[in-house]
Design a protein around this ligand. Structure first.
Ligand SMILES: Nc1nc2c(ncn2[C@@H]2O[C@@H]3COP(=O)(O)O[C@H]4[C@@H](O)[C@H](n5cnc6c(=O)[nH]c(N)nc65)O[C@@H]4COP(=O)(O)O[C@H]3[C@H]2O)c(=O)[nH]1
Length: 825
């Protein structure tokens, strides 16, 4: 039988003889067996790694000197009795120190490629993290030669080879041995079993007999081999033990190093974490399942007024009042029992009740590796200031700063909710909105000063508030306007309205009781408008309705309660329509002027008053009573008044050109808005200069009520115009707040006795006295006096008798278009 055997250089175990045949201990043993068995040995020389490849590919039958390992046993077959015992050892280059495995760190280590030493070192590196440079060689002689040449520091080798080659390569044996191994002849897995069987039988026999060829061969090669330090089995055992010892020492050293490294890391990161936790502006804590503090950062300790260690182990009841403790416990339970992450606002009061702070707390459960909750971690941020600011902003946004009552925004908000609820529920109880306005508050405010006005408003707010139900909303809209929102009055509209009326009356009565300001009593009255909730009416409309009703109450003599009705709405719409029509009227030249003569007893017609009319496209000729108020409130009176002024001046200039009318003057009504407009003087000047009218022929009629505000500025304007020659007449004299003091200051030329006095002069002795007084006043102030509204001859005679010289009225001529006027006079 031919046996192809791999031979490589690993003296003294296996070497190739000069003729290429196997030699060395295992080579000779094989030759001995082959001779007996009549095997023809064919030696194939290869290096170790290549030999192994050839064996696995089946190109060689048998390979001596193969150390057993479980990994190899998967590809190769072995006999059972080890041919040799061996272990590995490190051999060092001169000057290299190696007394423990740890010292391999940083060294260049050479191993035979695919050898058990390579596998061992790789595993060692993987398990311990040892830092070394692992190099491989194709054969042991090459590996030793490389170390000797300084290419590596250490070589790992079988001790047989190493000890045999030491001197040759000038290397030193290290005391570090490892991996005791058993050496065998090996075949490819599943092949050449007969060879292994024969070798096994032979080895078992020979090793049992000291005079067998086995020991002879060992002896023969023993001259090259240093004596094993111990008998084979014990040596192997000791080597194994020492390896184990070394390994365990290494493991202990490694674990210790890991532990100390980890501990140091932990200490560093704990210190770092603690610095962070103690410097954040939040209260951070860990509580166990029983609510005991396990950890607190400095901020928590500062809050509790003690050291962090003093907090540990204590519960919330040591620091907070009972209500807080109950609330905190409830929150904690949610986290610890239900495993929820909880974000909540916590209002915490200290145990002594002195300190109240609001926190935003985030709490989360802490779980062990099995997922069981063992504690909670909480992060609580003090948001007290933020809440206070929020509250202040809310107060500013929704409450009136002066009275502290809800403002318009808040009222509208609540009104919307109430209206929404009312509209959603068919059986809803009724609600109402009461609009309260203090009568003549503005006059009071102007005369008493704003500070007193404010004080009065505060008292009004308090008085109203104290008499309303908690569910009702009392709001201040601004100025002297208050609104009460009444809800849940009664399901029946009629009864609900009665209730609202009663409350309105009560408010009027409450506010009519005197207020004490700076120890002096002040009387007030109020007008109240009521709008009941009704279907399809939104909050804005309701407010508008209550406002309209309030105006109606004012118009009806103030100090009363008025309910909104549809007529009010119709009036508003009509006014709006009128305002729109007025805008077109000027552009489309729909205004016309009528003239009413003014008579001087001794001279006849001396002039006329200009009275405007609106030739309305649909409604026909409208008297000023129907549109002047709307023109005033919409501001259009400025343009209209200017137009009248210009037309009048052109008329004066025209009359000046004709003999019979050259001395006529024209009285033009000036509205309050015109008088107070900044361009008033300029407008009059321009009208005069554009037309070429004589200023002394122009009379401007103003009313007493126009003089109530900004009197100094009005006087200044009047003075500027009187310097031009323009005259002023005080219209409706006697109906307003005539004050002698300002009458004296005004540069007036004329007083006009209101027609209401003229009307009853024959029947009412009071009116006669008043007219007499006015005439006397005119005389003493050197003003002419004209009586208007003279309708009869008898009135004319009476006025003459009283001393009046100038007249205007239907008795002398009604207001008429220019042509009619000119034709008549
Ligand atoms: N019952 C009665 N009434 C008489 C008699 N004599 C005159 N009247 C009426 O009394 C009003 C006199 O004008 P007023 O007091 O200035 O009152 C005027 C004036 O305040 C205002 N007005 C008229 N035209 C203008 C204008 O161009 N500008 C401004 N701002 N207001 C004007 O409209 C008011 C009403 O004007 P009119 O309706 O034209 O009413 C006129 C006139 O027609 C009489 O004997 N008996």
């Amino acid at each position: 039988r031919q046996v192809v055997v791999g031979v490589y250089q690993n003296a003294p175990k296996i070497v190739a003889a000069a003729d290429g045949s196997p030699s060395g201990i295992l080579g000779e043993l094989l030759l001995q067996i082959a001779a007996e068995q009549q095997w023809q040995l064919k030696a194939v020389q290869c290096d170790w790694a290549y030999c192994l490849q050839l064996l696995q590919s089946g190109e060689i039958d048998l390979l001596p000197d193969v150390a057993y390992s479980e990994q190899r046993a998967q590809q190769l077959d072995f006999h059972q009795t080890p041919a040799l015992y061996s272990w590995s050892q490190f051999f060092t280059a001169p000057g290299v120190q190696l007394s423990s495995l740890q010292q391999l760190a940083g060294k260049r280590l050479l191993v035979l490629q695919d050898s058990i030493q390579q596998h061992y070192v790789q595993k060692l590196v993987a398990e311990t993290g040892l830092q070394l440079q692992l190099l491989t060689a194709r054969s042991m002689p090459e590996a030793f030669a490389l170390v000797a040449a300084g290419q590596a520091d250490v070589v790992a080798a079988n001790h047989y080879f190493g000890l045999a080659q030491l001197n040759r390569y000038q290397l030193n044996p290290s005391p570090v041995t490892f991996q005791p191994s058993r050496l065998f002849y090996a075949t490819k897995k599943g092949s050449n079993q007969d060879l292994l069987a024969v070798i096994e039988t032979r080895l078992a026999q020979w090793q049992a007999n000291v005079s067998s060829p086995y020991y002879q061969i060992l002896q023969r090669w023993g001259s090259d081999v240093p004596k094993p330090r111990l008998p084979d089995n014990i040596g192997w055992l000791l080597a194994a033990l020492s390896s184990l010892l070394l390994l365990s020492t290494l493991a202990v050293w490694w674990f210790k190093r890991q532990v100390s490294e980890k501990t140091r890391h932990l200490q560093v990161s704990e210190a770092r974490l603690s610095t962070i936790l103690n410097s954040v502006d939040a209260h951070i804590y860990i509580k166990d399942l029983k609510g005991r503090y396990e950890y607190v950062n400095l901020k928590v300790a500062q809050l509790f007024g003690c050291a962090p260690t003093e907090v540990i182990g204590r519960r919330d009841d040591a620091f907070f009042d009972n209500a807080t403790v109950a609330n905190l416990r409830q929150n904690d339970e949610k986290v610890l029992q239900a495993g929820e992450r909880l974000v909540s606002e916590e209002d915490n009061v200290s145990r002594d009740g002195k300190r109240r702070r609001v926190y935003l707390s985030v709490k989360l459960p802490l779980r062990d590796e099995r997922g069981n909750i063992y504690a909670l971690c909480g992060i609580s941020t003090d948001i007290t200031e933020h809440k206070q600011q929020q509250q202040a902003i809310h107060q500013l946004a929704f409450y009136d700063a002066l009275t502290g009552l809800p403002n318009r925004r808040m009222l509208l908000d609540r009104l919307q909710q109430a209206v929404g609820k009312h509209q959603r529920q068919s059986d809803a109880t009724q609600g109402a909105l009461l609009f309260i306005d203090l009568d003549h508050f503005k006059d009071l405010n102007d005369s008493l000063g704003h500070a007193m006005g404010d004080e009065l408003l505060q008292q009004v707010a308090q008085r109203l508030q104290s008499h309303l139900r908690k569910v009702d909303t009392l709001a201040r809209l601004g100025g002297d306007e208050f609104v009460v929102l009444l809800t849940d009055l009664h399901p029946d509209l009629e009864l609900a309205s009665q209730k609202a009326n009663l409350i309105g009356e009560k408010i009027v009565q409450l506010l009519s009781e005197p207020f004490i300001l700076q120890e002096r009593p002040y009387s007030l009255s109020a007008s109240v408008g009521v709008a009941m909730f009704s279907d399809g009416c939104n909050s804005d409309e309701l407010l508008q309705r209550a406002d309209l009703a309030m105006y109606d109450a004012k118009e009806r003599g103030r100090s009363g309660v008025r309910f909104f009705n549809q007529q009010m709405q119709a009036d508003v719409s009509a006014r709006a329509q009128l305002a729109a029509g007025l805008r077109q009227a000027l552009l489309q030249q729909q205004f016309v002027l009528h003239f009413q003569p003014q008579i001087e007893h001794s001279a006849g017609v001396v002039g006329a008053e200009v009275l405007i009319r609106w030739q309305h496209p649909q409604r026909g000729l409208l008297a000023p009573g129907e549109f002047i108020a709307v023109a005033e409130s919409s501001g259009q009176i400025l343009a209209i008044g200017n137009w009248v002024l210009q037309q009048s001046c052109y008329q004066l200039a025209e009359w000046a050109r004709q003999l019979h009318s050259a001395h006529w003057y024209l009285a033009v009504n000036i509205s309050a808005r015109q008088l107070h407009s900044a361009s008033f003087v300029q407008d009059v000047r321009k009208a005069i200069s554009d037309s070429g009218a004589t200023p002394t022929r122009l009379v401007l009629e103003i009313t007493e009520s126009q003089l109530l505000q900004d009197i100094d500025s009005v006087i200044d304007k009047m003075l500027q115009l009187t310097r031009l020659g323009v005259r002023f007449s005080l219209d409706d004299f006697g109906t307003g707040y005539s004050s002698l003091s300002y009458l004296k200051r005004l540069p007036l030329a004329q007083l006009k006795i209101d027609r209401s006095f003229v009307r009853d002069v024959l029947t009412d002795p009071n009116d006669e006295v008043i007219i007499k007084t006015m005439l006397a006043l005119g005389q003493s102030l050197e003003l002419s006096v004209i009586a208007e509204g003279v309708e009869t001859q008898a009135q004319h005679q009476k006025l003459l008798q009283l001393g009046c010289q100038q007249f205007q009225g239907y008795h002398f001529g009604k207001p008429a278009p220019l042509t009619d006027f000119e034709a008549a006079h």
